[in-house]
Design a binder for this molecule. Structure first.
Ligand code: CU
Length: 181
């Protein structure tokens, strides 16, 4: 009952003596294990890593960036109507010339990747492009390892405001959304 049918082509090859066919296992690669157990879905599918930051006791939202091009959060939540205080700390060791990080908050609906593209050529202004300035609500300094910067700003109202690091090539990983409600 558990023996799998041997493909006819292999039987033919056995009969014609092309294959060794010793024993009952065809030497052809067998793609599937015998009688596969029905695959049980994992008890809980692991959600995509969306870590949320909110203001701490001092009212400051603390964000970090590191040497492997990551913010520690992908979502920041604040109360609409309150001033946003946000600290970005570069917890890596690399200099800002090679692993610089900033945090740029854009207007709701702004195109993060288009902004990042415009920023590539703006090295002289620490990757804050003149072209994208109309879309910027606030931004930190460009930081190297061990540095930090704290900014305070107002949002126009409740909404979802994209943020990114505008250092070239970083926005693919270093981006998220600031939610005010
Ligand atoms: Cu960066």
């Amino acid at each position: 009952m558990s023996t799998r049918p041997v493909p006819l082509s292999i039987v033919a090859l056995c009969l014609s003596g092309v294959l060794g066919c010793s024993g009952d296992k065809p030497s052809a690669p067998s793609p599937s294990p015998p009688t596969p157990e029905p695959v049980k879905p994992a008890a809980k599918p692991v959600p995509a890593m969306v870590l949320t930051a909110t203001p701490d006791g001092s009212g400051v939202v603390r964000i970090t960036g590191d040497d492997i091009m990551k913010f520690n959060v992908a979502r920041i939540e604040v109360k609409a109507g309150e001033k946003v205080k946000l600290e970005l700390k570069h917890i890596g060791k690399l200099a800002k010339e090679v692993m610089g990080h900033n945090l740029v908050v854009l207007t709701a609906g702004a195109d993060t990747m288009a902004f990042a593209q415009a920023a590539v050529g703006a090295a002289e202004s620490d990757y804050i492009p003149e072209l994208g300035k109309a879309q910027i609500i606030a931004y930190t300094k460009l930081l190297g390892g061990g540095e930090s910067d704290t900014i305070e700003f107002d949002l126009p109202g409740p909404g979802e405001y994209p943020f990114l690091c505008s250092y070239p090539g970083h926005a693919a990983l270093m981006k998220g959304v600031l939610v005010a409600r």
